[in-house]
Design a protein. Structure first.
Length: 339
């Protein structure tokens, strides 16, 4: 997709989601063997939701077990589902073929819509085509900005990771960095690879790619520590997720390194670390907004025939930098789980 073909493709689209007063609580799961469909708990849903016929929407992601980033995405999705009278079924698996099987399960259940991530686009291509052939609308979010149109998805909500990486690299230049390691926690995941490639493209210093096993945090810690002990010229650590940034803080201390740390993505702990000066900045892609808009878009399509972005352009939710200059404002929302 040509990202230069529309002026909105290089900035955050100012969409304001109307959040519900209370969210559905879903018990989801991840499984390396293909995952299970989550069950729905409708208790606590507030009045004022849509009176349109009940819909069933499947949200299927590549989330790894224990990755708290996805809690924020699900919170946004649950808020939209509560407002729109949608039964939301969430499932996830970081393995591409297993995630594809979860999409097929949703097709077999004859859901009214599917929201999916395309972290491994080749593994998803066939099953997405099957959903579309069955007349089930499919939207993409979070990963797949380069592939959603190729695979015929209706809409896409997320961050252009190449643009985000390039912005990150320029930020490193402004900070005076000379040598960074970019830590990829899932080798082959297209969004993560694009982030580091973007950093390398614009950063005028030295960029090294370090691959770690993101499901084994002690291993992540020891790998970063060893690299910092081995090479004292490293002056910045770049992580691609907030939990990994928090682990990198420990690695920097254990290595006795003077390297500084910056990251992609936020959570409450990372916000606190920015306040404390342990993280210099984070790029926020607004995962709550991604989850909310992905689910809400399926309601809008079914009931109003609407397409965000006209079905031609992605709706960008990032990148936005959070650092000491604006972290206090963001912290209020991070505490609520919406940033």
């Amino acid at each position: 997709m040509d990202r230069t073909s529309h002026p909105r493709s290089r900035r955050i689209v100012p969409l304001v989601a109307v959040a519900a007063a209370a969210a559905l609580t879903l018990a989801g799961c991840s499984s390396s063997s293909g995952g299970k469909k989550s069950t729905e708990d409708t208790s606590g849903v507030s009045a004022g939701k849509a009176t349109t016929p009940r819909m069933m929407v499947a949200m299927i992601t590549h989330a790894a077990p224990g990755d708290t980033f996805w809690d924020t995405i699900r919170k946004g999705a649950q808020a939209a589902a509560a407002k729109d009278n949608i039964k939301l079924v969430y499932s996830s698996d970081p393995n591409g073929p297993n995630q594809s099987n979860l999409v097929q399960n949703a097709i077999d259940q004859k859901v009214d819509g599917i929201a999916v991530t395309l972290a491994k686009p080749d593994a998803m291509k066939s099953v997405v085509a099957t959903a579309e052939k069955a007349g089930i609308p499919v939207v993409g979010f979070n990963t797949g900005v380069q592939d959603w149109k190729k695979q015929g998805l209706l809409e896409y909500f997320g961050q252009d990771e190449s643009i985000a990486g390039e912005a990150f690299g320029r930020k490193l230049n402004a900070a005076g960095a000379k040598h960074t390691i970019c830590v990829i926690m899932e080798q082959g995941q297209v969004a993560l690879e694009a982030r580091c490639a973007g950093v390398k493209k614009t950063f005028t210093g030295k960029t090294e790619i370090i691959n770690v096993n993101g499901t084994d945090m002690p291993s992540v810690k020891s790998t970063i520590t060893a690299k910092l002990q081995q090479d004292k010229t490293i002056d910045y650590v770049t992580t691609l997720g907030a939990p990994f940034a928090m682990t990198a803080i420990q690695s920097i201390a254990d290595a006795g390194s003077k390297a500084k740390l910056a990251t992609f993505d936020l959570n409450k702990d990372a916000v606190g670390a920015i306040k404390a000066g342990k993280i210099q900045w984070a790029i926020d892609q607004q995962p709550y907004l991604q989850g909310y808009l992905a689910v809400d878009s399926l309601w809008l399509y079914k009931n109003n025939g609407n397409y965000s972005g006209g079905g031609q352009e992605p709706v960008l939710t990032g990148p936005a930098f959070v650092d000491k200059t604006n972290v206090a404002k963001v912290a209020e929302f991070a505490a609520k789980g919406t940033r």
